[in-house]
Write a protein that binds this ligand. Structure first.
Ligand code: NAP
Ligand code: ZN
Length: 367
């Protein structure tokens, strides 16, 4: 394995999605422009559930999940310039790459580059194994795909920004300085991405309406997340009153749903921005778009520049995510709770103890 470090982590072995301890060699040793990162905190994203269940793309097991990773630089490659040992840094959905040469890479849209390599479950043709994510004691990442965490931010708070946060920030940023007056935002689905969408949209000065399936989230959303209005999607009267009021809706729902239900709440010429990766087709009627010149569009995470910009924006505005920090041995329970929509609003795993993982624990049980 020529110098590649043996690390310990947790992996899903099959689509049942139960994680258990797993040791493996890092994909490569620390290259000239790489950093070796000791993992400290990891956010848990619904995309992890989709991958674990083999619902999107094609999953290869053992699967080492997660791509919202905060860690400490443990080694810097010989030509590394961006960081120093001991820096607190973040890694999102890419670890090695994008080609750096295509028009997308050149215009700050490297997340759409066809040569992109995702942080986990991505074949690199290097050692016959897919990439592996942050549920690991360490990772090797090209410095280009690492961001600096501003000193005043708490690392566990910041982890969800590295995927969920930038997923909301990137499409919402287009409305900043658009000169359209008060922007009326809609956030559909109040989980990890959705709650960060509310916080970011408010910090951008938008008027924010949450559309949720859960009445139980109303009070917290209005009182603690700062949203201006809250609609329960099954309440026909509430939904009718909101018709034609929104400039955009950020749709974060991870399950099949009909888009048609949310088009009437958009103003003429407004946008439904789909970021939730529902594993089945979403439906709408052509007239729902035509008669109001409405647009349905998608958006995929954000660029590295946007990720750093979000972290700086977050620090400058003094924002705070709402996370539930759990220990490593709680991850199976946490995924089970995420699946039944029982988290306000993001699990973050305290991975500081992963340097000595409980390799003998009976962690294949759910509890
Ligand atoms: P999450 O924390 O589980 O939140 C999803 C929210 O959607 C729930 O809190 C719930 O909010 C609502 N929901 C409505 N129907 C649901 C159902 N049947 N099952 C579960 N939730 C339901 O998920 P997340 O981490 O925010 O991710 C949301 C989606 O975005 C996932 O599909 C994920 O893969 C995708 N994603 C995409 C990108 C991208 O780049 N485009 C990046 C990150 C994540 P209410 O209770 O308010 O209804
Ligand atoms: Zn490219």
């Amino acid at each position: 394995m020529e110098g590649r470090k043996l690390v310990t982590g947790w992996a899903a072995r099959d689509a049942s999605g139960i994680l258990s301890p797993y040791s493996f060699h890092l994909m490569r040793k620390t290259g000239k422009e790489d950093v070796l990162i000791k993992v400290l905190y990891c956010g848990m994203d619904h995309t992890d559930l989709h991958h674990m269940r083999n619902e999107i793309l094609s999953t290869r097991y053992p699967l080492v999940l997660v791509h919202e990773v905060v860690g400490e630089v443990g080694e810097q490659g010989s030509e590394g310039t961006k960081f120093k040992v001991g820096d607190i840094v973040g890694v999102g959905c890419f670890i090695i790459g994008s080609c750096g040469e295509c028009s997308l890479c050149q215009s700050g849209m490297e997340q759409y580059c066809q040569s992109r390599i995702f942080t986990y479950n991505h074949d690199t043709n290097k050692d016959g194994m897919p990439t592996r994510g942050g549920f690991s004691s360490a990772m090797v990442v090209h410095q280009k795909f690492v961001v600096k965490i501003p000193g005043k931010l708490a690392p566990e708070q910041v982890a969800p920004l590295l995927c969920a946060g930038v997923t909301a920030y990137s499409p919402l940023r287009q409305f900043m300085g658009s000169g359209k007056g008060l922007i009326k935002a809609g956030i559909l689905g109040l989980g990890g991405v959705g709650h960060l969408g509310v916080i970011i949209a408010k910090a951008m000065g938008h008027h924010v309406t949450v559309i949720s399936s859960s009445e139980s989230k109303r009070e917290e959303t209005l009182e603690h997340l700062g949203a201006d209005a809250f609609l329960v999607s099954s309440d026909a009267d509430e939904m009718r009153r909101a018709m034609g009021t929104l400039d955009y809706i950020l749709d974060t729902v991870p399950a099949p749903h009909t888009l048609q239900a949310y088009l009437p709440q958009l103003k003429v010429d407004a946008k439904l921005i789909v970021v939730g990766a529902a594993p089945k087709p979403l439906q709408f009627e052509a007239n729902g778009l035509i008669l109001g010149k409405k647009t349905i569009t998608g958006s995929f995470i954000g660029s590295m520049e946007e990720m750093q910009e979000l972290l700086d924006f977050w620090a400058e505005k003094g924002l705070e995510s709402k996370v539930e920090v759990v220990k490593l041995d709680y991850v199976n329970k946490a995924f089970e709770r995420m699946e039944r929509n029982d988290v306000k609003f993001r699990f973050v795993v305290d991975a500081c103890g992963w340097q000595q993982p409980p390799l003998n624990s009976s962690s294949r049980s759910l509890h």
